[in-house]
Design a protein around this ligand. Structure first.
Ligand SMILES: *Cc1c(COP(=O)(O)O)cnc(C)c1O
Length: 426
């Protein structure tokens, strides 16, 4: 037996109607499921905007949204309207951000294996900043600059030998990572020398991303010590701390707010005497709890003495996090949010895969029926963006809700979409 779902896991503008039904941004969740179909990602637009504003209030022009958490043109536009620059890590993310009307000057181009083609597009557009990740990338930039492109502003990605895990901050002896230039081996120093003498970039600072889903703000403080120390030694004007701020996914978890995180980072920057620009790149902390996923329950199997399986009309194709990371989620009924959850269930998808689990140990009310709308909250980050077409399951629509209105920002795929890139059998 579990208490009703904790309301702090729901988007800020979620409410419960007199009849007990979930409303999001003033819109009935059942009517959203009806109108747009399920599975459905529903984002509270005002919630997204507030998180962006909090980061901008803390870091001004240093506020960068990490698009990999959730990206479509509406999201890119929203973050940019709220004053954020955008972090893109591939030509594809770059393309979507540009299609949203975000100027190249407001993009930060990441990636550990940017191709010559990707770099050529970015340099031709005069991308705002490039985060340089390898000596091979420097070769490619030199080639492009020799073709006549302007040298872009650049940060060097360094691997500072520290890693933040969910609950702790770890100093790793060796720097076993595909990203960046390791500090301990002297590679980072060598990269600085090369970047400064190359002429293919205007080196402004250093970047490090120490982990994701970090629950302790003081981990960021410890990271600043290392990164600011390196930047001070090299006389750099900018440090970027990447993203990583965690969010609560299930009952009992607690994460720092953006304001608390800003405070810790500011304090540590000051303590280290770094007086240049500080950039951050949150993804999850902006989008995760802004959204819920609505699913329709299709089959309910009570296996006596074992467990109850509830299968919904999506699965690992719209949320691969449980399969990839063993992540947990809450579940509840859209029509009766406050109902006690007295039935232990395993919420599974419709893929031909035993591992296709959405919530391994979930709870729903006993009164659950076929066709009920089941909700999983905190699905706004790394769900839609990591989704796939596995089993040729159609990717869900995405809806933004605000002030009693819903607007579809990504439509549901159709069966014909599955054939768009298929050249044909002969
Ligand atoms: C993934 C990533 C982010 C965003 O991480 P979150 O945990 O979603 O905040 C930011 N910067 C870089 C370089 C990343 O790889």
């Amino acid at each position: 037996m579990k208490n009703p779902v904790p309301l702090n896991l729901l988007p800020e503008n979620a409410s419960i109607s007199d009849a007990g039904e979930l409303y999001l941004g003033g819109v009935s969740s059942l009517s959203l499921a009806q109108e747009f179909g399920t599975p459905l990602f529903v984002y509270d637009e005002e919630h997204l905007r507030r998180r962006c504003r909090e980061v901008v209030a803390g870091f001004g022009g240093g506020a960068v949204y990490a698009t990999k958490a959730f990206l479509c043109t509406a999201m890119a536009r929203l973050a940019h309207e709220e004053g954020m620059r955008l972090d893109v890590a591939t030509g594809g993310e770059y393309h979507v951000a540009r299609a949203a009307g975000v100027p190249a000057a407001d993009l930060v181009f990441h990636g550990n294996n940017k191709s010559l083609r990707e770099l050529r597009i970015a340099l031709a557009d005069r991308v705002g900043q490039l985060v340089v990740d390898s000596f091979d990338e420097m070769d490619r930039m030199e080639e492009l600059v020799s073709e006549g492109h302007e040298p872009p502003e650049a940060l060097l990605r360094i691997t500072p030998g520290v890693e933040a895990h969910t609950h702790e901050f770890v100093r790793t002896g060796q720097d076993d990572s595909k990203f960046g230039f390791t500090v301990s081996s002297g590679m980072a120093e060598e990269a600085v020398q090369r970047a400064r003498s190359s002429g293919a970039m205007r080196l402004k600072g250093v970047h490090a991303h120490i982990g994701s889903q970090v629950f302790r703000a003081d981990s960021f403080g410890a990271a600043v010590d290392v990164i600011a120390g390196f930047a001070n030694g090299g006389g750099f004007e900018e440090i970027s701390l990447g993203g990583g701020l965690g969010v609560a996914y299930v009952e009992g978890e607690e994460a720092p707010t953006i304001a608390e995180w800003v405070e810790v980072v500011r304090e540590s920057v000051e303590r280290n005497g770094f007086d240049g620009k500080v950039s951050v790149e949150p993804g999850r902390a902006i989008t995760a709890s802004a959204a819920v996923t609505l699913y329709a329950a299709g089959t309910i199997k009570h296996l006596p003495g074992i467990r109850t399986y509830v299968a919904v009309d999506g699965g690992m194709s719209d949320n691969p996090r449980p399969v990839l990371y063993g992540s947990g989620y809450e579940t509840f009924l859209a029509r009766d949010v406050a109902a006690p959850r007295d039935m232990a269930v395993r919420l599974v998808g419709k893929h031909c895969e035993t591992g296709d689990v959405l919530v391994s140990d979930g709870w729903l009310p006993e009164g659950l029926e076929v066709d009920d709308i089941v909700v999983t909250p905190v699905t706004g980050a790394y769900g839609h963006s990591m989704g796939s077409n596995y089993n040729k399951v159609l990717r869900p629509a995405v809806v933004f809700v605000r002030d009693g209105e819903a607007r579809q920002v990504v439509r549901r795929e159709t069966y014909d979409d599955l054939l768009l890139t298929d050249v044909g059998p002969e």
